[in-house]
Design a protein around this ligand. Structure first.
Ligand code: MG
Length: 160
């Protein structure tokens, strides 16, 4: 049978909150605020998971991991990603590549790109060369520009 390719897209937003750690792609980023959320609020992994689920037409993280469920309170999102990867294995999908864009005015993320890439690649069990992480600002416009929130988009390609 011919190889099947599937594209998926994910998007996530979390607002900043004092007294929380900033976790992106499973990596703690030094900053005076973190992201609010039921889990560890790792917007990078959330957007990535939604992209993976989207590519498989398997719903979204809200249906798989409801934020009313106390089991997911403050959970490391890497553990949720592991469950998404299990669905992928069951359906015989492989991750070809992922391209993640973080929209944030600050903190500056470029010094952390490599660490985030390594972490996401390791969580997904693929080579680092398959994972792209980059960031942009919105030129001080809107809630990301005013430093109120982080937005993340992710695009993935799956094959089987
Ligand atoms: Mg989220």
């Amino acid at each position: 049978m011919a190889q099947e390719l599937r594209i998926g897209h994910g998007f996530d937003v979390h607002r900043f909150r004092r007294g929380r750690k900033l976790i992106l792609g499973g990596v703690e980023i030094p900053y005076d605020k973190g992201l609010a959320g039921h889990s560890d609020a790792d917007a990078v992994l959330h957007a990535l998971m939604d992209a993976l689920l989207g590519a498989m037409a398997e719903g979204d993280i809200g249906t798989h991991f409801p934020d009313r469920d106390p089991a997911y309170k403050d959970i490391a999102s890497g553990k949720l990603l592991a469950q998404v990867l299990r669905i992928m294995r069951r359906k015989r999908f492989n991750l070809v590549n992922a391209d993640v864009t973080v929209v944030a005015e600050r903190p500056k993320l470029s010094p952390h790109y490599l660490r985030i890439r390594k972490s996401v690649a390791s969580l997904c069990n693929v080579a680092e060369s398959r994972i792209s992480v980059k960031a942009t600002t919105t030129e001080k416009l809107g809630w990301t520009g005013q430093g109120k929130a982080v937005a993340v988009t992710a695009v993935v390609l799956l094959s089987r």
